[in-house]
Design a protein around this ligand. Structure first.
Ligand code: MIG
Length: 798
């Protein structure tokens, strides 16, 4: 054992010595040094878990992050013994373990180093608090970049930064504020064109240093628990993202309405005000699907109660709103008011459901209702109870829930003190271990309750805090941001980062939560949010009376905002299909350009541009008064959305940015399915599906996924998946279609709007049969109707 001295808070640092014994049991390998045991579990070709028992004894193998469906894929693997190392190999990787010190070198099959330990695993007693600090240090490879880590409000590439996870109510956070609300201990490395990921599944405070302390060392550690991480190899970053969700899971499909526009405020009350807002949307023909009720709907901020004066008939309100196409989402906080007359408090108290301090007193703290106690969501019995409380909300028609303050946030104290006790599914731990999964488990229990009582409908949940894997049951928003241009930029980075961290269903408070945006900022924010999976305006303007609705900034802005919310609705078949891809394969819905063109170094540090799904490239307008913007386009050909001019990629282009446009490009070859304009999702039956098709000479695939947009019939195969492949050339336009059809739609034809056909033609071939082709429209597009069951469309140059 090597030893290094350190401060008195911590013990000396311990480093593993030589391997004395090893064994293999199935896909588990164990290596024993005099003190430490390393367990290597081969999960898949490209997924390997490393777990270390500092002094030989492993802790319970338990995780709140991993999906129940995580299982080993049957693969070939084995072990070789070399003079200085052991080598565990799969069809994609080689893991070399040094006999002298347990250090790892992971290479691809050709021997290129992907990831290599510096000191590797080491540990230290945490003398003051108990347990051990668990460290791992790696060498940074030449040119390496780092991504991931959830909601960090900083540049996309994390090289040179140190960041930590300890969920915090970061009211009015700024660029580089850390930690924020979420705890996602998962990062990517990219070097020499090859990407990998490391998921450090540890719920204590975790810290990641990407070359800040020492320029060539990347290290991560936790203030307790175990060193337990999954190494995931790409080399494609998007494959790493997908593999991460084979570990931590993917969501079910959301109700279609959740992809519409959401209007929120702290708070809309009384009920007449809520009705007024809803009416205003319909009157002005601005689409909207969801209205939120913030804390003021409750009676004295008591969860699961209603303010009798302001909301005398919540069921009636919700019924009327529903008749007009609106869904209602209500907020539920974790703090339960200390009030002997309040049923939820009584029941929790009687059954011992609330968290306690080390010496047995209740964990009490002030939040909105005054003095509160807090359910111990880490106890499965408490989670079941909590789930059951949602019955009353579901019964009166509430279709979604908003979980707030669950870092957990407590006035004055910030959060719980570390001595608070938690069940942790039978483990009995302190808050040090449970802090980062408190909101995670609250949202899990909320989702379970809503799902149960809303059956057969799909439900919707949005949470502020969570841990890795919460994408299985919730969406998130980026928290209490500010009405500033910098925050617009932050919103874009945060949503991209969350998306590649497993959580695609994300958005920011449009316009900013704190402060007052002007019409220009609000409009530019709406434009960005059209391309965020969750599109919600929210503001905290009760005190000033400031309004933050689409019409609040005057007719000039209202017109543009309406245009963009309309675009959001037109693109719903595309965003829903993109969601399906995410739910099915784990593919992030928002993709930083480094993730779509990782071979092109020019994309590696881009923070302000991303793809939404397979075919749309977005670069939002990020400064006041901006009249043009430079946009980097990756290789390939791109159509400018607002004019169809074709641009060649692998270069920066300058785009004019009048208020009613934003830099938006469509990949040449794409098929973009679109709905007609409507005021809320499923308002009208689609009698003809619109397909905007962009002529392109590279092979480009597009998908359209369809189902009922609600219910779970899709799980029994009631859906359609339509795959398009375009491979045109200078002589002919060529679009092929393949599909799985098992869900009946109201339409039987597609209307195709073809953009960019570079030659004149007079006939169209549908599955070989020719029909005349009309003349191009004034904007240059050619439009025609084809039967839904076509397999091949060709247009040959005349
Ligand atoms: O201490 O419920 O982030 O969205 O409007 C503030 C009131 C509590 C914080 C949330 C915000 C919400 C607000 N909440």
């Amino acid at each position: 054992m090597q030893v290094e001295t350190s401060s008195s808070k911590y013990g000396v640092k311990h480093y593993p010595d030589g391997i004395r014994e090893w064994k293999k049991e199935g896909n588990y390998f164990s290596f024993y040094t005099s003190e430490t045991t390393l367990e290597v579990r081969v999960i898949a070709d490209k997924i390997i878990r490393f777990r270390y028992a500092a002094e030989g004894t492993f802790q319970r193998d338990f995780s709140y992050a991993t999906s129940d469906t995580l299982e080993e894929s049957p693969i070939s693997f084995g072990i070789k013994e070399w003079e200085e190392t052991f080598e565990i190999y799969t069809d994609a990787l080689k893991v070399f373990i040094a006999r002298d010190n347990l250090r790892l070198t992971i290479t691809d099959t050709e021997g290129h180093v992907i990831n290599q330990d510096e000191m590797g695993y080491h540990w230290q007693h945490y003398l003051l608090k108990g347990g051990k600090i668990q460290y791992c240090s790696k060498l940074i490879q030449e040119g390496e970049r780092f991504y991931g880590l959830g909601d960090k409000p900083t540049e996309l590439n994390l090289r040179g930064k140190r960041l930590e996870n300890y969920g915090t109510d970061a009211y009015g956070f700024q660029k580089d504020t850390d930690p924020l609300y979420r705890n996602i201990p998962f990062y990517y490395g990219l070097h020499h064109g090859k990407g990998y990921g490391i998921f450090f599944d540890n719920t204590f405070r975790t810290i990641f240093d990407f070359g800040k302390e020492r320029a060539d060392v990347c290290s991560f550690w936790a203030r307790g628990g175990e060193m337990n991480y999954y190494f995931i190899y790409g080399p494609e970053l998007l494959d790493v993202a997908r593999a991460y969700t084979t570990i931590t899971g993917t969501p079910e499909l959301p109700p279609l309405w959740a992809l519409g526009y959401h209007q929120c405020r702290w708070s809309y009350y009384p009920d007449s005000r809520v009705r007024e807002i809803a009416k205003e949307f319909r009157k002005r023909k601005i689409p909207c699907d969801v209205i939120y009720l913030d804390i003021d709907y409750m009676d004295g901020f008591r969860c699961f109660t209603w303010n009798k004066e302001w909301f005398p008939d919540p069921a009636g309100l919700i019924r009327d709103l529903a008749a007009d196409g609106f869904k209602v989402v209500v907020i539920i906080d974790p703090g339960i008011k200390v009030d002997p007359e309040y049923a939820v408090y009584q029941e929790g108290l009687k059954n011992n459901y609330f968290c306690k301090r080390a010496d047995g007193a209740l964990m009490e703290g002030d939040v909105w209702p005054g003095k509160c106690v807090f359910p111990d969501f880490t106890n499965p019995v408490v989670r079941d109870w909590w789930s059951s409380l949602f019955k009353s909300l579901a019964e009166i028609g509430v279709r979604g829930v908003w979980n707030d303050m669950n870092e957990p946030a407590v006035f004055e104290m910030g959060t719980f003190p570390e001595d608070v006790r938690h069940d942790y599914d039978g483990e009995e731990v302190s808050h040090r271990k449970a802090h980062n999964i408190y909101g995670h488990l609250m949202s899990k229990a909320t989702a379970a309750g809503m799902k149960k009582y809303l059956m057969p409908h799909r439900s919707f949940l949005i949470t502020r805090s969570c841990y890795s894997g919460a994408q299985r049951w919730s969406s998130v928003w980026t928290g209490d941001n500010v009405s500033s241009w910098e925050h617009l930029w932050l919103a874009s980075v945060q949503c991209q980062r969350l998306s590649v961290s497993g959580i695609s269903f994300t958005g920011s408070d449009i316009g900013g939560f704190i402060g007052e945006p002007d019409g220009e900022l609000f409009t530019r924010w709406i434009q960005l949010a059209v391309f965020h999976p969750l599109m919600r305006t929210h503001s905290a303007s009760n005190e000033t009376g400031f309004n933050q609705e689409p019409w609040s900034f005057g007719p000039e802005y209202e017109k543009v905002v309406t245009k963009f919310i309309n675009l959001r609705y037109q693109l719903i078949p595309y965003s829903y299909s993109t969601f399906w891809q995410y739910a099915t394969y784990g593919t992030p819905m928002l993709r930083p350009l480094a993730f779509v063109a990782q071979d092109d170094e020019a994309t590696h540090n881009l923070t302000h541009e991303f793809m939404f799904g397979d075919n749309l490239l977005i670069s939002h307008v990020s400064e006041k008064g901006m009249t043009e913007k430079k946009v980097y386009l990756p290789a390939g050909k791109w159509y400018y959305f607002w004019g169809d001019n074709l641009v060649t990629g692998k270069q920066e282009v300058t785009v004019k940015t009048p208020l009613d446009e934003m830099p938006l490009f469509v990949k040449a070859g794409a098929v973009l399915p679109q709905y007609p304009e409507m005021q809320y999702t499923q308002q009208v039956a689609i009698t003809e599906m619109l397909l905007h098709v962009y002529y392109g000479e590279d092979v480009v695939r597009s998908i359209l996924y369809e189902d009922a947009g609600d219910h779970y019939g899709y799980k029994n195969g009631q859906y359609n998946i339509i795959r398009f492949k375009q491979r045109s050339d200078k002589q002919q336009f060529y679009l092929k279609k393949q599909c799985f059809i098992n869900y009946e739609t109201a339409y039987s034809n597609y209307r195709i709007v073809l953009h960019g056909l570079p030659f004149a033609a007079t006939t169209l071939l549908i599955d070989g049969k020719s029909t005349p082709l009309g003349k191009p429209a004034a904007d240059g597009t050619i439009s025609f109707v084809v039967p839904r069951n076509f397999e091949l469309i060709q247009i040959v140059k005349s």
